[in-house]
Each structure stands twice: as structure tokens, then as C-alpha cells.
Design a protein around this ligand. Structure first.
Ligand code: TPP
Ligand code: MG
Length: 263
């Protein structure tokens, strides 16, 4: 957005600095072209230095301006080794993966895309991604990539029609979960998989789970196995603090009161 539209009720108005501040190591807006060399240097340095992103906003009119001097210092910036593993470290991990009979890689929420990229390293080996429905929905488009490249990726979706962890996060601080924002209706994932040109399965009876997984894992190319999970199933948390337990109890009492009072 050009600077002249900032601070007024323009329909595209945003405050990127406010939006990114709590998730970035460094948040800056270049408001004068002369700032650019120094601020760009600092932003790249921040991104390399820490475990999070650095954010920089370039207003449209600043972006098209010319700066008098360049930034010779950019050549001195290097990412930290532990953020970007060197070739030797990647080789060592690859040798371990090759030597192992089966491999489990733990990747956090919404990393479906990462599974596909891992798969593409060695197309002869199957990757099985276990993922929540919310995480999958955020990156459904990645599935098309897997189909396009015929990657043997099998996606097991835990379908509780909700961002289940978010319910627990609210309850663990004693507040009522805002269910309208947490719960959602899902597509028929098996039909979706077939519509994309892959194989699709749905499991709602635990007794059939094993047989369906065996069938799905034997399919060539990508497949989705959508598993219905009880919405009230508690996520398995690594640590539970006593205070969270107390807050959870308070939230449950509030929920019970809201249920009978219709609030
Ligand atoms: C892009 C993004 N937005 C929000 C979050 C916060 N977040 C962490 S877990 C979670 C819920 C994930 O839901 P789902 O994949 O369905 O798993 P469930 O908790 O239901 O098992 C969300 C939204 C996130 N990690 N990434
Ligand atoms: Mg879910």
C-alpha cells in the first residue's frame, strides 16, 4: 500500500507491524528510501540469528524508489549452522534413514508439505503422514502436488471436525472455548482424494482400521485414510501443570452452566 493511504480509512488498510510483531524477531517498515540498506541488513541478520522469522514491510511507493548507496554488508551475513544443516549433517541423517527398517519422523501441526518434500528425496520409499483434520485443511493443496508427482504418500487424517487442541488450550486457562471458530465441517476426504486422482478411504469402525490401513498402504501413489475420532478425546499432552488442571475444571463448570442456561 502506498504511504499516502496510511492512517486513513482506506479499504485495504492494514498494520503489518502490529500483525507480525508477536511472531517475528524483527518487525520493521521502511518509510524512507534512505533507510533501506541499513534496515534490510538488520532484518536479514535477525532472521539468520534466531529461530523465528523477521518481517519487513516495503510500502508500494518506497519499493519503486531509488537508493543512493548499496549494502556491501549483506555478503557478511550467514545463517546459523543449527538452523540450516550443512551437507555433511544432511548426509549423516540420510545414512541413518537408509539403514533403518522403518522411520518415524515427528513433525508439528500443518507440516503435511514437509512430508511430501521428505518423500520426494527418495521416491521408492513410502511416507506415512499422521495429521489432524485442521492441519490437513490448511494445506490441502499440497495433496495435489503429491498426486501430480505420483508420490507414494499416505495421509492418515484424524477427523474430529475441530481444532481439538485449541479447545483444550482455552479450557486449560479457564475460559469457554469459542466453538463457532474451533469446530468446522469437513469434506468427504475419501471422495476428495478420488476427485484429485488418488485413492480414498474412510474408517469409522475401529475394528476395520487395520485392514483398511493395510489396503491403503498397498496402493501405488498417494492415498488418504480419513479416520473418525471422538471429538471429546483428550489430546495427549507431554506436561500437565496443576494450575492447568484447576483452570480446566473451572472451564468445565462454566461449560456446564452455559449448557443449562443456554448462554
Ligand atoms: C498456521 C497455524 N495456525 C494456527 C496454529 C495453532 N494450532 C496449533 S494446533 C491447532 C489445531 C490443529 O487442529 P487439528 O490438526 O485438527 O488437530 P487436533 O488438535 O484436532 O487433533 C492449531 C490451530 C498453527 N500451529 N499453525
Ligand atoms: Mg482436528
Amino acid at each position: 500500500m502506498p504511504r499516502r493511504l496510511k492512517g486513513i480509512d482506506y479499504h485495504q488498510s492494514t498494520e503489518p507491524d502490529l500483525l507480525f510483531r508477536d511472531v517475528s524477531l524483527n518487525t520493521q517498515t521502511i518509510t524512507a528510501p534512505a533507510q533501506a540498506p541499513g534496515v534490510i541488513h538488520q532484518t536479514i541478520a535477525s532472521a539468520y540469528a534466531g529461530p523465528r522469522v523477521a518481517h519487513l514491510t516495503l510500502p508500494q511507493d518506497v519499493l519503486s524508489s531509488k537508493v543512493e548507496h548499496a549494502v556491501p554488508s549483506v555478503a557478511t551475513l550467514h545463517p546459523r549452522a543449527e538452523i540450516a544443516p550443512d551437507d555433511h549433517e544432511i548426509d549423516a541423517v540420510m545414512r541413518r534413514i537408509d539403514a533403518a527398517e522403518s522411520v518415524v519422523i515427528r513433525i508439528s501441526c500443518r507440516r503435511t508439505g514437509t512430508s511430501f518434500r521428505i518423500q520426494a528425496l527418495d521416491r521408492s520409499r513410502q511416507v506415512i503422514a499422521l495429521i489432524g483434520d485442521g492441519g490437513f485443511n490448511m494445506l490441502t493443496g499440497e495433496f495435489l502436488t503429491a498426486v501430480h508427482h505420483h508420490l507414494p504418500v499416505k495421509i492418515v487424517i484424524f477427523d474430529n471436525a475441530a481444532f481439538g487442541l485449541i479447545t483444550l488450550e482455552a479450557e486449560s486457562v479457564g475460559i469457554l472455548p469459542f466453538r463457532e471458530a474451533i469446530e468446522f465441517s469437513n469434506p468427504d476426504y475419501a471422495a476428495l482424494a478420488r476427485a484429485c486422482g488418488a485413492q480414498g478411504f474412510t474408517v469409522s469402525d475401529p475394528a476395520l482400521l487395520e485392514a483398511i490401513l493395510i489396503e491403503a498402504f498397498a496402493c501405488p501413489g498417494p492415498a488418504i485414510v480419513a479416520c473418525s475420532v471422538a471429538p471429546d478425546e483428550m489430546p495427549n499432552l507431554p506436561h500437565v501443570e496443576l494450575e492447568q488442571v484447576g483452570s480446566y475444571a473451572i472451564a468445565k463448570i462454566k461449560e456446564a452452566i452455559a449448557a443449562v442456561s443456554g448462554g
